[in-house]
Ligand binder design. Structure first.
Ligand code: ADP
Ligand code: ADP
Length: 230
């Protein structure tokens, strides 16, 4: 169970005068879907880095079930996360091995199930040699949207407590609304979801949308309430 509490989160890069995150606070109830939208430079990637503990907050905290995530052993915390980024590092290896990366004990059936849940079959469905053959093709040859799906399959296999879909760092293909919907549908029971996007329309399906700008939360609410505010 993971409910997420972001409390007065502040982050400053050493090289910068301005803070990248300025006392950001919000919470996500267990199993809920929250979207974070905002223009380039809003602080979205920094927020994801702090959630993944790639960086450490300059102030404030992120809590899961009331515990500061900084107090978990790093591997324990990372084991709770599924992160879907397009710029996922792919190896010169089969799609199957790329999906199973870091998970030596998963079975071929589990890998195939995750691949299907992530709709990897959609771009290979017409492959003349069939599904099983396609999973042996080189993962490093995939294009942007397909990489996102591979990343989703990899994330789902980890049975995450918190699934993060991050468009912020993907320069090429924007996060497709269909991928967001499929990820939400395919997630394990009780899995909390955070979707990061440039445009709020990508994350209409979220229970709550948080709009960031200049390191601050400038708006939050349901899609309907945000649209009514415009
Ligand atoms: P986006 O706006 O989509 O997050 P950016 O082009 O801003 O993408 O950032 C791409 C990469 O460059 C990220 O890894 C980010 O941490 C880094 N970056 C962004 N701004 C700066 C900066 N002012 N100085 C150094 N690195 C930066
Ligand atoms: P977003 O993901 O919403 O585009 P970022 O978190 O990448 O926003 O950036 C927030 C602010 O922090 C921006 O002003 C950006 O230039 C700065 N920044 C991001 N990454 C770095 C970095 N590695 N070094 C210095 N400044 C950075």
């Amino acid at each position: 169970e993971t409910d997420i509490e972001v409390e007065g989160l502040t982050f400053q890069y050493d090289s910068e005068e301005d803070v990248a995150l300025d006392e950001v606070s919000f919470s996500i109830a267990l199993g809920e879907i929250t979207g974070v939208a905002g223009p380039s430079g809003a602080g979205k990637s920094t927020l994801v880095d702090l959630l993944c503990r790639i960086r450490t907050p300059s102030g404030g905290a992120i809590k899961a079930n009331g515990y500061d995530i900084g107090n978990f052993a790093l591997t324990d915390w990372r084991a709770k996360l599924g992160v879907v980024i397009q710029d996922i590092h792919l190896f010169r290896a089969s799609i199957r091995d790329n999906i199973a990366y870091g998970l030596p004990d998963v079975s071929p059936a589990e890998i195939e199930e995750a691949a299907r849940a992530a709709s990897i079959h959609e771009f290979i469905v017409n492959h003349p040699e069939g599904y099983d053959r396609v999973l042996t093709e080189n993962g490093a040859d995939l294009s942007g949207g397909q990489r996102q799906r591979l990343a989703l399959a990899r994330a789902l296999l980890r049975k995450p407590k918190l699934l993060i879909l991050d468009e912020a760092t993907s320069a090429l293909d924007p996060l497709a609304e269909t991928l967001v919907k499929e990820a939400i549908a395919a997630r394990p029971e009780g899995c909390t979801v955070l979707v990061i996007a440039h445009r709020a329309t990508t994350i209409k399906v979220a229970d709550t949308i948080i709009v960031m700008e200049g390191g601050r939360v400038v708006q939050s609410g349901t899609w309907d309430s945000l649209v009514n505010d415009l």
